[in-house]
Design a protein around this ligand. Structure first.
Ligand SMILES: *Cc1c(COP(=O)(O)O)cnc(C)c1O
Length: 295
């Protein structure tokens, strides 16, 4: 798809580097670009012209599918959780998706739970025609294949590779392409222990660990301490972080460094998976709550 997928790592601290995947594309950000790449190629091969996927109202995945559909010539349908949103003004994520030409279909939270059921899918097919289906969050075998391309030969010197975790596709790709001396550390952005199993489905090696202490109370939950950390980080390194994934991961990495988790001579690579489109929507919510904003 793009010619320049590989970006140079940037040094943050003595031991710590960051891979700025968020710079791959302005709208098909970071790991979502990696996850969509082979799915889009497959859809083209199959002769499909319509892509359908699922997501929440602030989803980075919805935003990326909409942008990629526009760029690569597919009609896109986003099935969005929350029927009540139909009658409110669209948040920045959904407004962007719609501006890319995505058709938004709002469904109740109940109906949304059936998103993998064949009866629900055939209803959608009757409504929209024969589409290529990308699951919620975009994780499938082709997505993992794309994420296997995040690490390159130049990353061989790192001992630890850190990434945020949502549905587990990205970390699975990293696990599969890591070298035998490397350990992959995942920072789940949400509570719950379904992830271990999900990752085992796709990951071929055992050199990984999930650190579950940095979800900040759950998916898209954020504390004022985390906001202050993200703002300081951006000020110092001129690298923006997103509130749902990369902010929590970086907070966790610095905390683990302080606690002596990483051996002194080891080198750590943090994967900046993108997600910056989420900042505007989060700030809207923070403003309503009279809380400090993400700069
Ligand atoms: C979606 C997303 C993730 C989670 O990726 P998974 O493959 O679902 O684990 C991490 N970081 C960002 C910025 C994302 O948008």
């Amino acid at each position: 798809m793009l010619k320049n997928e590989d970006k140079c790592n940037l040094k943050l601290e003595n031991q710590l580097y960051i891979k700025p995947e968020y710079l791959i594309h302005p709208f098909i950000s970071g790991n979502k670009y990696r996850k969509l790449k082979y799915n889009f190629l497959e859809a083209k091969t199959l002769g499909k012209t319509i892509l359908l996927t699922f997501g929440g109202a602030y989803s980075n995945h919805i935003s990326a599918v909409a942008a990629a559909g526009k760029e690569f010539g597919f009609r896109t349908i986003g099935v969005i959780r929350g029927e009540e949103l139909k009658n409110t003004s669209l948040n920045p994520t959904l407004r962007f998706a719609q501006s890319c030409g995505m058709t938004l279909k709002f469904v109740t939270r109940e109906a949304y739970k059936n998103k993998s059921d064949s009866a629900f899918i055939s209803e959608l097919q009757k409504e929209f025609g024969a589409f290529y289906l990308i699951p919620e969050g975009g994780t499938n075998t082709l997505a993992v294949k794309g994420c296997e391309e995040i690490l390159t030969k130049a990353d061989a010197k790192f001992d630890f590779i850190c990434c945020p975790v949502g549905t587990g596709g990205t970390i699975s790709g990293l696990i599969n392409s890591a070298l035998s001396h490397q350990k992959i550390i995942g920072f789940p952005a949400l509570k719950g222990d379904f992830l271990q199993e999900e990752i085992t489905k796709f990951a071929k090696n055992k050199n990984w660990e999930l650190i579950t202490d940095y979800h900040f109370g759950g998916y898209a939950k954020i504390s004022d301490e985390l906001i202050a950390f993200m703002n300081q980080f951006k000020c110092k390194h001129t690298i923006p972080l997103d509130p749902v994934y990369t902010g929590k991961m970086m907070f966790g990495i610095y905390n683990l460094i302080d606690k002596g988790y990483f051996p002194k001579q080891s080198k750590i690579l943090a994967i900046h998976t993108g997600g910056l489109q989420g900042v505007e929507g989060m700030n809207q919510k923070l403003k309503q709550q009279n809380r400090p904003l993400i700069v």
